[in-house]
Design a protein around this ligand. Structure first.
Ligand SMILES: [Fe+2]
Length: 421
């Protein structure tokens, strides 16, 4: 899968001497952001180019969105928060689009119902392509013409828009995989796609540095507001698995009756597993006596050595109990990642932690519509750390906090285990 990076980022802006971070001039900063903008916008289109017009319309469940909607929504984000707010000459492409392509920003106005995004056959894909071109041109014009005094603020919003679009690049892939998994012909997103190879080396547990550790974002690079404020957390004496839990280990769980043993499960998890008829991870199915799974290359035999994917928090928690171990907290995970003692922290599977998605001490969401980005979701969800095989390059870091409801399993979600000593 093609990947694109946003960083490095000169995010300090002008320092009063006309210099941007790293000693950049305004011209250098403009060139940087123009290039970063083009790379990210092209990556979205490269991911969508694997799909037909019909593929791009389908919405296979309320949690997933059509590829066409993703392409338009990320464009609306730049239009709404960058262009309308900062370019007095900008003309909105189509007055009906904000209603269609606003996701959840209440302060930005009314919006179409999320579960009905798949009903929007018009505007069609070509209209969305024209929308993207209109906004691309306007954003590049704004980058070229931004006065020095406003450049830092404009680039800051632009940078959020780029990282937002990268999040949707991953969702575009996870959402179409869910759609293809409903299709009896088992389509491939990319027939040449190969799963990432997990790290080799001895399996087993490694020590995590114990003590009071700083947690959260540090340095000048980009982060989302939910990674701040940086604060101290107590890391107990513990060990964490060097590797992700494998399909072979998950098969042991299945064969030992893990899915039919209520004592292994949280009450909500057991109820969900029963209601949904879970007998194996998402997208797994038995065919000719062997387990297969839908992948980006279509239906493939489950590789025992590969990390398990598409498990919910409820399943991850039940598996940890079955194994006599625990999921790490998000702080323990971050301390282990920073100490560089774990393999495959990034690039294969988001890893469930036992941490509820909560604000860090002292966190306050920003004022206005962009303040709705993260803060209002800080209840009833669980944190995942790392990144997945679908995460764009330049979008992963040790402090990154992903979050989903505990029943979700259409993301590339797996786990690693931990134990206390
Ligand atoms: Fe979004």
């Amino acid at each position: 899968m093609a990947r694109t990076a946003v960083s490095p980022v000169p995010r300090d802006g002008a320092n009063g001497s006309g210099q941007f971070a790293g000693g950049q001039s305004l011209d250098d900063a403009c060139a940087h952001w123009r290039a970063a903008f083009r790379r990210v916008r092209e990556e979205t289109e490269a991911r969508a180019a694997q799909l037909s017009a019909e593929d791009q319309i389908v919405q296979s469940m309320a949690d997933a969105s059509p590829a066409k909607w993703h392409r338009a929504h990320v464009t609306w984000f730049f239009e709404q928060f960058l262009l309308v707010a900062n370019d007095k000459f900008y003309t909105v492409f189509d007055q009906r689009f904000p209603f269609l392509f606003n996701s959840y920003y209440v302060a930005a106005g009314p919006r179409h119902a999320r579960p009905q995004r798949g009903l929007i056959t018009r505007p069609n894909g070509e209209d969305v392509t024209a929308y993207r071109a209109h906004v691309d041109e306007a954003v590049e014009r704004l980058i070229e013409s931004v006065p020095a005094a406003e450049a830092a603020r404009v680039f800051e919003i632009l940078e959020i828009g780029l990282h937002h679009e990268q999040q949707h690049q991953e969702l575009l892939v996870t959402d179409i995989l869910h759609a293809f998994a409903q299709n009896p012909t088992e389509p491939a997103y990319d027939a040449r796609w190969q799963p990432p190879r997990p790290a080799q080396g001895p399996r087993g547990l490694v020590e995590v540095p114990a003590g009071i550790m700083p947690i959260g974002h540090e340095g000048r690079g980009f982060c989302f507001d939910n990674e701040t404020p940086r604060h101290d957390a107590l890391i107990p004496h513990m060990r964490i698995a060097r590797h992700l839990v494998s399909n072979a280990e998950w098969l042991e769980f299945i064969e030992a009756g893990g899915y039919s043993t209520p004592s292994l499960w949280l009450s909500d998890g057991w109820a969900t597993a029963q209601a949904e008829g879970w007998q194996a991870p998402g997208y797994w199915r038995r065919q000719d006596g062997a387990w297969h799974s839908m992948t980006l290359a279509g239906l493939k035999a489950v590789d025992p050595a590969a990390p398990v994917l598409h498990v919910s928090y409820y399943e991850a928690d039940a598996f940890a109990r079955f194994a006599g171990q625990h999921l790490p907290s998000e702080f323990e995970w971050e301390a282990a990642a920073r100490a560089n003692v774990i393999a495959d922290a990034f690039g294969i599977a988001w890893q469930w932690t036992r941490s509820a998605y909560l604000p860090y001490p002292g966190y306050r969401a920003a004022e206005g519509a962009l303040g709705e980005y993260n803060g209002k979701f800080m209840v009833n969800q669980m944190v995942l750390r790392g990144s997945s095989l679908a995460t764009p390059e330049g979008h992963a870091r040790a402090s990154y906090r992903n979050f989903f409801y505990p029943s979700a399993r259409w993301q590339f979600s797996g786990l690693r285990l931990a134990e206390f000593v």
